[in-house]
Unconditional design. Structure first.
Length: 482
């Protein structure tokens, strides 16, 4: 089970976690989690669901495993969630307890309509000392529900993904087999550990590998990123394309990144402009492009570092234990919906009967194709398809081309109803230098068929994104127009 990851290191005195000026060893982590679990057991029953709500810090790590040690189900919650969002989770999941810090506890005051307890803790309240009678044994009930993660839906409507220890442990092992993590590595965690990418591919994977984790929520700023790497001897990290783009705004970021052994890039597609810049600027650091979805724990593929220059645009090969197939809509087409199978595929959605698993395969909703060498390429999302005069248009394909135009920082393409064509593509773009929209349309016309050229291109101040960096596709009215 997941809790065994920490139990196996209960005597390890190596530094496990560093956050700002505080650090704990694996042994202290285990002891603190076990002590906190005793308090939880006095109030709750096995199988009860508990929200853990902190920034990326030591308290999050201790609380996460305290919940598992108490035989309860952990529900990670993003630290800056709105009160209404937290109350929705409490109601939907029948939450029995929230573990958080003192500040959040004040505004998460108990609501009379719900039956839950708030436990507020800080560094002064956790104890690293155990009595001789304090013991916990490894457990092998791997099929039991252990964690509920929220999918980072681009529509703003998250689903509750139920994951077992078997799902997550198999994914950790396969992920680590696809990237090179060494025992003396130091990993930087920038992304929220309450989301699946950092949750499994960093937080739990770093624990499994026995390496030190550096927690810093602000390291997506180039200056903070650089200082964190230098001050802590960081060797590996995971970032998103948007973070990489921010880092490229720093003139010496190439020297900073090349102090690392490797980076993994995920949560969204890496566009051609960023891909080419990464090849040009980053010389020594290995770059892995990855793909996954929360429903698959989340990792599905890795593009090996040695293929980063050779397979531009690919998210790589299926990781160990994962089988991928593509189901085209029409006979003879190579593109279709990506379906995956493996021990990492979720138990299902909590509270919902609609299950995207059919005959053992999870239907991801992503559109792509597999080339002759077995490398997967993502084209877009099935639900985002624009149908113009019966012709399918993937908005992500147009966005990728628009973002190659000099001066366009980000693009978002969506469908607009049309009396004659059914739907037509419309584009919102963010720019960092003045551009001529006529030239942009001509640029598009040189790169794909006429029916794919956006009928209208509008410059906006900001294209809204989810916390994991994906475009909010159902909230285009919130994009800030110029």
């Amino acid at each position: 089970m997941i809790r065994n990851l920490l139990i196996d290191k209960k005597d390890n005195k190596k530094i496990a976690i560093k956050h700002r000026n505080e650090a704990i060893t694996f042994r202290q982590w285990h002891n603190a989690s076990l002590n906190l679990s005793k308090t939880i057991k006095k109030q709750l029953n096995p199988g009860d669901k508990i929200i853990v709500m902190f920034e990326n810090n030591i308290l999050y790590c201790v609380s996460y495993f305290a919940v598992l040690y108490a035989d309860c189900i952990v529900v990670p919650c993003y630290k800056d969630s709105m009160i209404s969002e937290v109350y929705r989770i409490i109601k939907d999941l029948d939450i029995q307890m929230i573990i958080t810090d003192c500040d959040k506890a004040q505004y998460l005051s108990k609501q009379p309509d719900f039956n839950y307890t708030i436990m507020s803790i800080d560094m002064s309240t956790i104890s690293y000392n155990l009595t001789t009678t304090d013991e916990i044994s490894c457990c092998n009930d791997d099929d039991k529900l252990s964690v509920i993660l929220q999918s980072s839906g681009t529509s703003g409507k998250s689903k509750y993904v139920m994951l077992s220890s078997k799902n997550i442990i198999s994914n950790i092992k396969a992920h680590l087999a696809s990237v090179d993590v060494l025992e003396d590595d130091v990993g930087l965690i920038v992304l929220p550990m309450s989301f699946s990418y950092a949750h499994t591919s960093q937080f739990l994977s770093y624990l499994y590998a026995g390496i030190t984790s550096i927690l810093n929520d602000n390291a997506y700023f180039p200056t903070v990123f650089k200082k964190t790497i230098i001050d802590n001897g960081v060797t590996i990290t995971n970032i998103t394309p948007s973070i990489l783009n921010n880092l490229f705004n720093d003139i010496d970021v190439d020297e900073t990144i090349d102090k690392l052994r490797h980076i993994c890039i995920g949560t969204a597609m890496l566009n051609a402009r960023l891909w080419e810049k990464a090849i040009k600027v980053i010389k020594k650091c290995k770059i892995y492009s990855t793909y996954g979805i929360t429903e698959a724990s989340p990792r599905l593929t890795t593009l090996p570092a040695q293929d980063f220059k050779r397979k531009i645009g690919s998210v790589g090969l299926a990781i160990e234990g994962v089988h991928i197939k593509v189901l085209p809509s029409n006979e003879g087409e190579k593109e279709g919906e990506i379906c995956v199978k493996g021990n990492n595929v979720m138990l299902g959605y909590y509270g919902q009967t609609n299950n995207p698993v059919n005959d053992g395969y999870l239907y991801t909703g992503d559109i792509g194709y597999i080339d002759s060498e077995g490398y997967l390429f993502i084209i877009g999302r099935k639900k985002n398809l624009i149908i113009k005069n019966g012709l399918n248009i993937n908005p992500e394909e147009i966005e990728n081309v628009l973002e190659q135009y000099p001066g366009i920082r980000c693009a978002y393409v969506f469908a607009q109803k049309d009396d004659y064509c059914g739907e037509v593509p419309i584009a919102h773009i963010e720019v960092n230098t003045p551009i001529q929209l006529y030239d942009v349309k001509q640029f598009c016309g040189e790169r794909f068929a006429e029916y794919k050229i956006p009928s209208q291109i509008l410059i906006v101040n900001k294209i809204n994104r989810t916390l994991s960096g994906k475009i909010k596709r159902d909230n285009r009215e919130e994009n800030e127009r110029l």
